[in-house]
Design a protein around this ligand. Sequence first.
Ligand SMILES: [Zn+2]
Length: 359
Amino acid sequence: MHSCRACGAAVGDLVLDLGEQPPCDLFPPAGDPGPDPLFPLRMWLCGRCSLAQLVEDPGTAEEPAGVEPRALTDQAADAVRVLTEAGLVRPGATVAEYGSPHGGSWLPLLRAAGLREAGPGEQADLVLDCFGLMHEPAQDKAMAERAGRLAPGGALLVQFHSLASILAQRQWNALRHGHFAYYSTPAMRTLAEPAGLTAGRSWSFPLYGGTVLLELRAGGAPAPETEELVRAELAAGVADAETVAGLGRAAAEGAARLRRELVARAEAGKHVLGYGAASRAVALLTRAGIDSGLLPAIVDISAAKHGRRMPATEIPITGPAALESDLPDVVLLFVPDLLAEVRAAFPALDERDAEWLLG
Ligand SMILES: [Zn+2]
């Protein structure tokens, strides 16, 4: 019996079950024949506070430090700009950041804007959580810890990949070990209440197909755009188990489609390469039953992953030289956000008229 990572309720629904999956941040050396460990990968929607969450977690090691996609750094600059206009980012204020293990710190931008980083445990005017909170198994404790860092009158800013956009874009492979929560704006608002924080203003960004930055503060009052966002997300079904369970149907369809596409390219004798050995590729490859026969290699610019392979498959991870020495007919891109960036970095692919498949 699962109990909610936020409110403790034991009433809820399993909404997505991806079966047995390897830890998606395990990239074994290419010579390691396996078998790799497998763990259930399931999403549960709390019947009380509506937080979508990971049921099990194998608690394995961090993935090798990746290279920050430009989409992430561009968005950080956009966010700091809107927060400056909103008066939240101002010279002389103090900031404490709860970061993500995947990188993407806003501190360099905030220092440049004249903010000072609070010392360990010191309270801050601005407490920033940019994709950090999702990595916390105990959501209620993690929220209380962040609230406790706020100086009087301070604001907690949480940025999260919105469950509403996960549903709208059927991004079932957002579910992964190590990511304990998948927030809607209503669920984030409810999570903040026991910590004494109220949702105020909010901003939306196109990152990952829909990312929300929400202001939380003691004695805050919801801004009209936040009320509207909550209404729209509830109307889209973020708190409705039947709607969220559509992700399970999307998973089956997405895996079947990818397999059909790769089988067709293989039958046509096309040379296919993957791009982006991202965590989100792992469940897709496993669900689709794709091995090195259909996808001979995946290119990744992170040197830490070279000489390794995707978990639970034999597919090796290789450096970008493969895109120049051995030009593919087809590139299967596992991180669609990177499309413009990859095309710009490897113009030979477009010159060759390479086909782009989005995983
Ligand atoms: Zn709950």
